[in-house]
Design a protein around this ligand. Structure first.
Ligand code: SF4
Length: 293
């Protein structure tokens, strides 16, 4: 990338024209931001159709290396930009948050496309998260379904502008520059539905209050089919208890007049005879075919 010191100059003191290519008078924040904004390394991962556009943006025709995004890294530990490119399912949000936690600070998130920004065409789907910002701090949203490579580039440049505006003198601008390690983002729990551990208290309170209102605290209503099966089992148990101890189950008489075991034997014998007949038929056909040849 071409080194342009003039864009770094932030001073009221004039720099002589002949020295403009060699000298820059600037602030530490600006120098720091200039280094970061021109060497963003996105993480190499894609989620759905939007990922194809992201790949196109990285390839030769659009080539986001021109803007300093350079190489995509296949490990979160060497990346500082996460492009969430595609539909975020409840199953995938867990590893995504885990990967984000493994990225070193300062790090940024770009939500690419309608799905990552708000659920897209699958919003409210049983398996889809309604926007990545419910779990991670998103810096830039790129609309579209899918966004074009130009739109993604525009979003990336918007992120660079955002970085330009940050100051290391302001702790609110650059939280990672504060004292002590940053708190990791809680990794959601995938159960029958996705659970955000940050909402655990609220979920528990709501569940308890719902159970109290319905008088169900500590008990669970069984589905109708389970209740029927349980009732039948209770009846069978009651019958067995009432019957004399020496009752032989084989002596039960079916409506057809036979006993269960006798009928089963009968069915088995009929099947055996039918199989033998089929076998004989096949053998005779083969013999007739051989004679014809
Ligand atoms: S926004 Fe559209 S193109 Fe992108 S992942 Fe969702 S459905 Fe696919």
């Amino acid at each position: 990338m071409e080194l342009n010191l003039q864009e770094l100059n932030a001073t009221e003191f004039p720099v002589p024209v002949e020295l403009e290519d060699n000298i820059a008078i600037t602030s530490l924040s600006q120098l720091y931001n200039w280094g970061r904004r021109n060497s963003m390394w996105p993480m190499l991962f894609g989620l759905a159709c939007c990922a194809i556009e992201m790949i196109a943006t990285a390839s030769s025709r659009f080539d986001f290396s021109r803007f300093g995004f350079e190489v995509m890294r296949a490990t979160p530990r060497q990346a500082d930009l996460m492009i969430v490119s595609g539909t975020v399912t409840k199953k995938m949000v867990v590893p995504i948050v885990r990967l984000y936690n493994q990225m070193p600070e300062p790090k940024y998130v770009l939500a690419m496309g309608a799905c990552a920004s708000g659920g897209g065409p699958f919003k409210e789907g049983y398996n889809v998260v309604s926007g990545m910002d419910k779990y991670l701090p998103v810096d830039v949203y790129v609309p579209g379904c899918p966004p074009t490579p130009q739109a993604l580039l525009y979003g990336m440049i918007a992120l660079q502008r955002k970085i330009d505006g940050q100051s290391i003198a302001n702790g609110d601008d650059v939280p990672w520059y504060g004292v002590g390690p940053a708190e990791p983002t809680p990794v959601p729990v995938l159960g029958p539905d996705i659970i955000d551990p940050r909402q655990m208290d609220m979920i528990r309170r709501q569940a308890e209050s719902a159970a109290r209102d319905m008088g169900l605290l500590g008990s669970r209503e069984l589905p109708a089919i389970t209740q029927m099966v349980a009732a039948k089992a209770e009846t069978a148990e009651a019958v067995a208890e009432a019957a004399p101890a020496d009752t032989d189950a084989l002596n039960v008489v079916l409506p057809t007049g036979g006993t269960p075991w006798a009928e089963a034997e009968d069915i088995r014998e009929k099947r055996r005879l039918r199989a033998l007949a089929r076998k004989a038929l096949r053998a005779s056909r083969r013999a007739a075919q051989a004679e014809g040849e």
